[in-house]
Write a protein that binds this ligand. Structure first.
Ligand code: NAD
Ligand code: ZN
Ligand code: ZN
Length: 376
């Protein structure tokens, strides 16, 4: 048999709270024959690659909050990892690497190009896809959303039109952060952020930080970030927040009033996904202000003061993922306007992925954002 050109490896969730790393040369470590066959099929690199795809040698893959939910709870929102259908389940959807093969129809990419990937393949035919709102496509195939497998592996084939070239000077690690940044960029666009705006961001996790950097890049002049963890607030400060508030130690509503001379901010972004912060938004926004809901609460029905919305003529917007944001996000980060790499506080080798996930679950006061390096 001809020698394999690309020997693959990847990480698979075999049960809740458990991940194994397998490479093609050591499939024997997997005892269960059914699981072994599924892993073998997933890792196999088929050449030549499909005409419209490229084969990417991934270098970095981020650990997203949704990955952590699947790992620890076996579910995220309404999506559930089903044992018979999905296990072994591969997580991961925030990635970047180097193109090593291109399909016959691919014109815009060549081997050696470094790219990041937009992880949702949409149908292109429905009302939403056709009207430019492809993020609302019901038939989307999105990495690491059961039953669709993710990309914690060394070699992955992917649609060339969803791969975006990283400019020189932008690291591949920053490239892996483009996916969450696209959410922050979309939030800032929905928030209509422009020069001189005063902004409050509730939550200083990855999404809050990404939203903050996008607001900064768009010219917001005063950014106030609230969280419960001092380490996360320190990160916000490092990345450019003007003021930070620990909502567990100070009353955020009173402090925001003080910091905005009693006016309130132009735009409030909710990125914590808690019923408390969602409820705070209508009290925080200025008269005629705008609220952008980004965080997803575990509870769907929440007590909310609509009296404030009416009295202050507030507008409320929400967003689901992102649409047409990757080119802008790469351009913004590539031009030095947003130091995405600095959001990743912890880096782990693929072999240590179990530790990366355990730390993300148990050390929330230390790990703001983990990223996996796919080593050789
Ligand atoms: N709308 C979308 O398309 C979209 C996309 C990605 C993520 N999300 C959602 O965004 C949210 C944030 O994601 P993340 O990865 O940054 O999560 P994260 O858990 O890292 O960040 C949430 C932050 O909120 C803080 N927080 C919790 N309660 C708070 C309170 N009462 N006051 C102030 N801060 C508080 C936490 O300490 C944490 O730092 C999640 O709900 C996620 O589901 C939405
Ligand atoms: Zn993500
Ligand atoms: Zn569609």
């Amino acid at each position: 048999m001809a020698e394999k050109k690309y020997l693959n490896k990847g990480a698979f969730m075999t049960e809740v709270d458990k991940m194994i790393v397998v490479d093609e040369e050591h499939l024997d470590i997997v005892e269960d024959p059914v699981i072994k066959e599924k892993i073998k099929a997933q890792l196999e690199v088929k050449l030549p690659v499909d005409p419209d795809k490229v084969l990417i040698r991934l270098e970095y893959v981020g650990v997203c909050g949704s990955d952590v939910h699947y790992f620890h709870d076996g579910r995220c929102g309404t999506f559930k990892v089903e044992k018979d259908r999905d296990i072994p389940f591969m997580l991961g959807h925030e990635c970047a690497g180097t193109v090593v093969e291109v399909g016959a129809n691919v014109k815009d990419l060549k081997p050696g190009d470094r790219v990041c990937c937009e992880p949702g393949i949409t149908c292109g035919k429905c009302e939403f896809c056709k009207s430019g709102h492809y993020n609302l496509c019901k038939d989307v195939i999105f990495w690491a959303t059961p039953p669709v497998q993710g990309c914690y592996m060394k070699y992955v084939p992917f649609q060339a039109d969803l791969c975006f070239k990283l400019p020189e000077g932008m690291s591949t690690k920053a490239g892996a952060m483009v996916e969450p940044f696209a959410t922050g960029m979309y939030a800032a666009e929905k928030g209509e952020i422009t020069v001189g705006n005063t902004v409050v961001i509730l939550g200083s996790g990855c999404i809050g930080l990404m939203t903050m950097m996008a607001c900064k890049a768009r010219g917001a002049s005063k950014i106030i970030v609230c969280d419960l963890e001092d380490i996360r607030l320190a990160k916000a400060k490092e990345l450019g927040a003007d003021f930070v508030i620990n909502s567990g130690k100070e009353d955020p509503l009173a402090k925001i009033q003080e910091l905005t001379d009693g006016r309130g901010p132009d735009v409030v972004f909710e990125t914590a996904g808690s019923k408390f912060t969602i409820a705070q938004t209508s009290h925080i926004a200025r008269r005629g202000g705008l609220i952008v809901l980004v965080g997803m609460s575990a509870e769907e029905e929440i007590t909310y003061n609509f009296g404030q919305v009416m009295a202050k003529e507030l507008r409320i917007k929400s967003l689901f993922r992102y649409v047409n944001m990757f080119p802008k996000s790469v351009a913004t980060a590539g031009s030095g306007l947003a130091p995405l790499e600095k959001v990743a506080t912890h880096e782990y080798a693929l072999k240590d992925i179990q530790q990366a996930f355990e730390d993300s679950v148990n050390k929330k006061n230390e790990v703001v954002k983990a990223v996996i390096k796919i080593d050789d």
